[in-house]
Design a protein. Structure first.
Length: 313
Protein backbone atom coordinates (compact mmCIF):
# COMPACT_ATOMS: atom_id res chain seq x y z
CA UNK A 1 0.00 0.00 0.00
CA UNK A 2 1.51 3.32 -1.06
CA UNK A 3 0.12 6.24 0.98
CA UNK A 4 -0.03 9.75 -0.39
CA UNK A 5 2.95 11.52 1.12
CA UNK A 6 3.62 15.26 1.18
CA UNK A 7 6.39 16.58 -1.01
CA UNK A 8 9.00 18.38 1.05
CA UNK A 9 9.26 22.03 0.07
CA UNK A 10 12.26 22.94 -2.04
CA UNK A 11 13.76 26.11 -0.57
CA UNK A 12 14.11 28.97 -3.04
CA UNK A 13 17.60 30.06 -3.96
CA UNK A 14 17.20 33.59 -2.67
CA UNK A 15 17.02 34.63 0.96
CA UNK A 16 16.75 32.31 3.94
CA UNK A 17 14.78 29.56 2.24
CA UNK A 18 15.16 27.19 5.17
CA UNK A 19 13.42 29.60 7.55
CA UNK A 20 10.65 30.23 5.03
CA UNK A 21 10.13 26.50 4.50
CA UNK A 22 9.95 25.99 8.25
CA UNK A 23 7.28 28.69 8.56
CA UNK A 24 5.34 27.08 5.73
CA UNK A 25 5.46 23.64 7.36
CA UNK A 26 3.73 25.09 10.42
CA UNK A 27 0.68 25.68 8.22
CA UNK A 28 0.81 22.55 6.02
CA UNK A 29 -1.73 20.53 8.01
CA UNK A 30 -4.24 23.37 7.99
CA UNK A 31 -3.75 23.99 4.26
CA UNK A 32 -4.18 20.27 3.51
CA UNK A 33 -7.47 20.32 5.43
CA UNK A 34 -8.68 23.33 3.42
CA UNK A 35 -7.70 21.75 0.09
CA UNK A 36 -9.23 18.36 0.97
CA UNK A 37 -12.58 19.96 1.77
CA UNK A 38 -12.40 21.98 -1.42
CA UNK A 39 -11.40 19.11 -3.71
CA UNK A 40 -12.45 15.82 -2.04
CA UNK A 41 -9.22 14.26 -3.33
CA UNK A 42 -6.22 13.58 -1.14
CA UNK A 43 -3.77 13.57 -4.05
CA UNK A 44 -5.11 16.82 -5.51
CA UNK A 45 -5.09 18.39 -2.06
CA UNK A 46 -1.38 17.63 -1.69
CA UNK A 47 -0.74 19.10 -5.15
CA UNK A 48 -2.63 22.28 -4.20
CA UNK A 49 -0.64 22.67 -0.99
CA UNK A 50 2.62 22.21 -2.88
CA UNK A 51 1.54 24.85 -5.40
CA UNK A 52 0.81 27.21 -2.49
CA UNK A 53 4.38 26.69 -1.30
CA UNK A 54 5.76 27.45 -4.75
CA UNK A 55 3.77 30.68 -4.91
CA UNK A 56 5.05 31.68 -1.50
CA UNK A 57 8.62 30.89 -2.57
CA UNK A 58 8.19 33.14 -5.63
CA UNK A 59 6.90 36.08 -3.56
CA UNK A 60 9.28 39.03 -3.72
CA UNK A 61 9.37 39.69 0.00
CA UNK A 62 7.49 37.10 2.10
CA UNK A 63 8.58 38.84 5.30
CA UNK A 64 6.14 41.63 4.48
CA UNK A 65 3.15 39.23 4.71
CA UNK A 66 1.58 40.25 8.03
CA UNK A 67 -0.64 37.17 8.42
CA UNK A 68 1.09 34.26 6.70
CA UNK A 69 -1.56 31.71 7.70
CA UNK A 70 -4.36 33.83 6.29
CA UNK A 71 -2.39 34.57 3.12
CA UNK A 72 -1.65 30.87 2.55
CA UNK A 73 -5.27 29.91 3.23
CA UNK A 74 -6.65 32.29 0.60
CA UNK A 75 -3.92 31.35 -1.90
CA UNK A 76 -4.71 27.65 -1.40
CA UNK A 77 -8.40 28.46 -1.80
CA UNK A 78 -7.69 30.26 -5.07
CA UNK A 79 -5.65 27.31 -6.38
CA UNK A 80 -8.48 24.91 -5.48
CA UNK A 81 -11.06 27.21 -7.05
CA UNK A 82 -9.12 27.18 -10.33
CA UNK A 83 -9.01 23.36 -10.19
CA UNK A 84 -12.75 23.14 -9.53
CA UNK A 85 -13.54 25.54 -12.37
CA UNK A 86 -11.33 23.48 -14.67
CA UNK A 87 -13.18 20.33 -13.61
CA UNK A 88 -16.54 21.96 -14.28
CA UNK A 89 -15.40 23.13 -17.73
CA UNK A 90 -14.25 19.59 -18.67
CA UNK A 91 -17.31 17.84 -17.27
CA UNK A 92 -19.95 17.39 -19.96
CA UNK A 93 -22.50 15.98 -17.52
CA UNK A 94 -23.26 16.60 -13.83
CA UNK A 95 -21.22 14.58 -11.37
CA UNK A 96 -22.18 10.92 -11.37
CA UNK A 97 -24.47 9.81 -8.53
CA UNK A 98 -22.03 7.00 -7.77
CA UNK A 99 -19.06 9.29 -7.03
CA UNK A 100 -17.51 8.86 -3.56
CA UNK A 101 -14.72 11.25 -2.44
CA UNK A 102 -11.42 9.96 -1.06
CA UNK A 103 -11.88 8.85 2.56
CA UNK A 104 -9.38 9.49 5.35
CA UNK A 105 -8.75 6.39 7.48
CA UNK A 106 -7.79 6.63 11.14
CA UNK A 107 -7.22 3.96 13.79
CA UNK A 108 -10.03 3.41 16.25
CA UNK A 109 -9.73 5.70 19.28
CA UNK A 110 -9.34 4.59 22.87
CA UNK A 111 -12.14 5.23 25.40
CA UNK A 112 -10.96 8.74 26.28
CA UNK A 113 -8.43 9.64 23.64
CA UNK A 114 -8.25 13.47 23.45
CA UNK A 115 -6.13 13.36 20.30
CA UNK A 116 -8.75 11.33 18.43
CA UNK A 117 -11.54 13.52 19.80
CA UNK A 118 -9.72 16.52 18.35
CA UNK A 119 -9.24 14.75 15.00
CA UNK A 120 -12.94 13.91 14.82
CA UNK A 121 -13.96 17.43 15.76
CA UNK A 122 -11.72 18.81 12.99
CA UNK A 123 -12.87 16.25 10.41
CA UNK A 124 -15.58 16.35 7.77
CA UNK A 125 -17.72 13.37 6.81
CA UNK A 126 -17.79 11.65 3.44
CA UNK A 127 -21.49 12.52 3.20
CA UNK A 128 -20.65 16.20 3.57
CA UNK A 129 -18.01 15.96 0.83
CA UNK A 130 -20.60 14.36 -1.47
CA UNK A 131 -22.90 17.33 -0.87
CA UNK A 132 -20.08 19.81 -1.48
CA UNK A 133 -19.54 18.26 -4.91
CA UNK A 134 -23.00 19.53 -5.90
CA UNK A 135 -22.12 23.17 -5.24
CA UNK A 136 -20.73 25.51 -7.84
CA UNK A 137 -16.98 26.16 -7.45
CA UNK A 138 -17.60 29.68 -6.10
CA UNK A 139 -20.25 28.45 -3.64
CA UNK A 140 -17.95 25.74 -2.40
CA UNK A 141 -15.09 28.16 -1.83
CA UNK A 142 -17.25 30.65 0.05
CA UNK A 143 -18.82 27.97 2.23
CA UNK A 144 -15.62 26.05 2.98
CA UNK A 145 -13.48 29.08 3.78
CA UNK A 146 -16.10 30.95 5.78
CA UNK A 147 -18.25 28.28 7.45
CA UNK A 148 -15.58 25.64 8.02
CA UNK A 149 -12.49 27.83 8.54
CA UNK A 150 -13.90 31.19 9.66
CA UNK A 151 -12.20 33.23 6.92
CA UNK A 152 -13.84 36.70 6.74
CA UNK A 153 -15.93 37.49 3.67
CA UNK A 154 -13.74 40.54 3.03
CA UNK A 155 -10.81 38.14 2.43
CA UNK A 156 -12.82 35.68 0.32
CA UNK A 157 -14.44 38.29 -1.93
CA UNK A 158 -11.32 39.09 -4.05
CA UNK A 159 -10.77 35.37 -4.69
CA UNK A 160 -14.23 34.96 -6.28
CA UNK A 161 -14.13 38.48 -7.78
CA UNK A 162 -17.28 39.58 -5.96
CA UNK A 163 -18.19 42.10 -3.30
CA UNK A 164 -18.24 40.95 0.34
CA UNK A 165 -22.06 41.17 0.30
CA UNK A 166 -22.31 39.01 -2.82
CA UNK A 167 -19.82 36.55 -1.32
CA UNK A 168 -21.97 36.33 1.81
CA UNK A 169 -24.92 35.45 -0.42
CA UNK A 170 -22.84 32.72 -2.09
CA UNK A 171 -22.06 31.16 1.27
CA UNK A 172 -25.67 31.47 2.40
CA UNK A 173 -26.93 29.72 -0.71
CA UNK A 174 -24.37 26.95 -0.24
CA UNK A 175 -25.27 26.64 3.45
CA UNK A 176 -28.94 26.09 2.61
CA UNK A 177 -28.08 23.45 0.02
CA UNK A 178 -25.83 21.63 2.47
CA UNK A 179 -28.47 21.79 5.21
CA UNK A 180 -31.18 20.45 2.89
CA UNK A 181 -29.09 17.69 1.33
CA UNK A 182 -26.71 16.35 3.99
CA UNK A 183 -28.15 13.33 5.84
CA UNK A 184 -28.56 13.95 9.55
CA UNK A 185 -26.09 11.76 11.43
CA UNK A 186 -25.79 10.66 15.04
CA UNK A 187 -22.36 11.83 16.23
CA UNK A 188 -22.20 9.39 19.16
CA UNK A 189 -19.63 6.64 18.35
CA UNK A 190 -21.32 4.21 20.73
CA UNK A 191 -24.64 4.38 18.90
CA UNK A 192 -22.83 4.26 15.56
CA UNK A 193 -21.11 1.06 16.66
CA UNK A 194 -24.39 -0.55 17.76
CA UNK A 195 -25.94 0.07 14.37
CA UNK A 196 -22.83 -0.97 12.45
CA UNK A 197 -22.53 -4.18 14.51
CA UNK A 198 -26.19 -4.97 13.80
CA UNK A 199 -25.62 -4.43 10.08
CA UNK A 200 -22.54 -6.67 10.10
CA UNK A 201 -24.30 -9.45 12.03
CA UNK A 202 -27.29 -9.42 9.69
CA UNK A 203 -25.07 -9.36 6.62
CA UNK A 204 -22.84 -12.19 7.80
CA UNK A 205 -25.86 -14.23 8.88
CA UNK A 206 -27.69 -13.70 5.60
CA UNK A 207 -30.69 -12.30 7.49
CA UNK A 208 -32.54 -10.16 4.96
CA UNK A 209 -35.27 -8.99 7.37
CA UNK A 210 -32.68 -7.94 9.97
CA UNK A 211 -30.81 -5.97 7.31
CA UNK A 212 -33.97 -4.17 6.24
CA UNK A 213 -34.69 -3.37 9.91
CA UNK A 214 -31.31 -1.68 10.45
CA UNK A 215 -31.62 0.40 7.25
CA UNK A 216 -33.69 3.57 7.01
CA UNK A 217 -36.58 3.16 4.52
CA UNK A 218 -35.01 5.88 2.33
CA UNK A 219 -31.39 4.83 2.82
CA UNK A 220 -29.07 5.85 -0.02
CA UNK A 221 -26.13 3.73 -1.17
CA UNK A 222 -23.32 5.01 -3.38
CA UNK A 223 -20.75 2.49 -4.54
CA UNK A 224 -17.84 3.92 -6.55
CA UNK A 225 -15.81 1.17 -8.20
CA UNK A 226 -14.20 3.37 -10.83
CA UNK A 227 -14.63 3.29 -14.58
CA UNK A 228 -12.97 -0.07 -15.27
CA UNK A 229 -14.94 -2.43 -13.00
CA UNK A 230 -17.88 -4.16 -14.67
CA UNK A 231 -20.60 -6.62 -13.70
CA UNK A 232 -22.16 -6.92 -10.24
CA UNK A 233 -19.25 -5.06 -8.65
CA UNK A 234 -19.60 -2.01 -10.92
CA UNK A 235 -20.45 1.43 -9.59
CA UNK A 236 -24.06 1.84 -8.55
CA UNK A 237 -26.49 4.13 -6.74
CA UNK A 238 -29.41 2.60 -4.84
CA UNK A 239 -32.21 4.02 -2.72
CA UNK A 240 -34.47 2.17 -0.33
CA UNK A 241 -33.97 -0.45 2.38
CA UNK A 242 -34.83 -3.51 0.31
CA UNK A 243 -32.56 -2.82 -2.72
CA UNK A 244 -29.68 -1.87 -0.39
CA UNK A 245 -30.24 -5.00 1.74
CA UNK A 246 -30.18 -7.17 -1.40
CA UNK A 247 -26.88 -5.57 -2.44
CA UNK A 248 -25.43 -6.12 1.05
CA UNK A 249 -26.27 -9.82 0.88
CA UNK A 250 -24.73 -10.09 -2.57
CA UNK A 251 -21.40 -8.90 -1.14
CA UNK A 252 -21.73 -10.56 2.27
CA UNK A 253 -18.52 -12.53 1.73
CA UNK A 254 -16.57 -9.27 1.70
CA UNK A 255 -18.40 -7.97 4.77
CA UNK A 256 -17.43 -11.16 6.61
CA UNK A 257 -13.79 -10.02 6.61
CA UNK A 258 -14.48 -6.33 7.12
CA UNK A 259 -13.01 -4.47 10.09
CA UNK A 260 -14.25 -1.41 11.89
CA UNK A 261 -12.18 1.73 11.33
CA UNK A 262 -12.64 5.47 11.71
CA UNK A 263 -13.54 6.88 8.29
CA UNK A 264 -13.23 10.67 8.40
CA UNK A 265 -15.49 11.64 11.30
CA UNK A 266 -17.46 8.42 11.86
CA UNK A 267 -17.14 4.68 12.20
CA UNK A 268 -16.98 2.68 8.99
CA UNK A 269 -15.73 -0.58 7.53
CA UNK A 270 -12.60 -1.56 5.62
CA UNK A 271 -12.45 -4.83 3.70
CA UNK A 272 -8.98 -6.29 3.16
CA UNK A 273 -8.10 -9.36 1.10
CA UNK A 274 -5.82 -12.19 2.16
CA UNK A 275 -2.97 -10.53 0.28
CA UNK A 276 -3.40 -7.31 2.27
CA UNK A 277 -5.05 -5.44 -0.61
CA UNK A 278 -7.83 -3.08 0.42
CA UNK A 279 -10.97 -4.09 -1.46
CA UNK A 280 -13.35 -1.44 -0.20
CA UNK A 281 -13.91 1.27 2.38
CA UNK A 282 -17.43 2.03 3.57
CA UNK A 283 -18.58 5.11 5.44
CA UNK A 284 -22.09 5.31 6.90
CA UNK A 285 -24.38 7.95 8.31
CA UNK A 286 -26.60 6.89 11.21
CA UNK A 287 -29.76 8.52 12.55
CA UNK A 288 -32.40 7.25 14.98
CA UNK A 289 -30.74 3.85 15.21
CA UNK A 290 -30.72 3.19 11.45
CA UNK A 291 -28.30 3.62 8.59
CA UNK A 292 -29.39 6.53 6.38
CA UNK A 293 -26.44 6.61 3.98
CA UNK A 294 -23.74 4.20 2.79
CA UNK A 295 -20.73 5.45 0.82
CA UNK A 296 -18.47 2.74 -0.56
CA UNK A 297 -15.19 3.34 -2.35
CA UNK A 298 -14.15 0.22 -4.27
CA UNK A 299 -12.04 1.77 -7.04
CA UNK A 300 -8.81 -0.29 -7.01
CA UNK A 301 -6.66 2.55 -8.34
CA UNK A 302 -7.82 5.03 -5.68
CA UNK A 303 -7.75 2.46 -2.87
CA UNK A 304 -4.13 1.70 -3.67
CA UNK A 305 -3.20 5.28 -2.82
CA UNK A 306 -4.92 5.31 0.58
CA UNK A 307 -2.88 5.43 3.75
CA UNK A 308 -4.14 2.57 5.93
CA UNK A 309 -3.65 2.94 9.71
CA UNK A 310 -1.31 0.39 11.32
CA UNK A 311 -3.16 -2.74 12.32
CA UNK A 312 -6.10 -1.91 10.07
CA UNK A 313 -4.96 -3.12 6.69
Amino acid sequence: MTPVTPVAPVPPERGDGTALARRFEEHRGHLRAVAYRMLGSLAEAEDAVQEAWLRLARTDDPDTIANLGGWLTTVTGRICLDLLRSRAARREQPIDETFVPDPVLLPLPGPDDPEHQALRADSVGVAMLVVLERLTPDERLAFVLHDLFAVPFDDIAPVVDRSPAATRQLAGRARRRVRDAEPASDPDPGRQKEVLDAFMAASRGGDFDALVAVLHPDVVLRADAGALVRGAAASKALRGARPVAESALLFARYNAAARTVLVNDALGLISVGDDGTVRSVMSVTVADGRITGMYILADPARLERLAVPPGQG
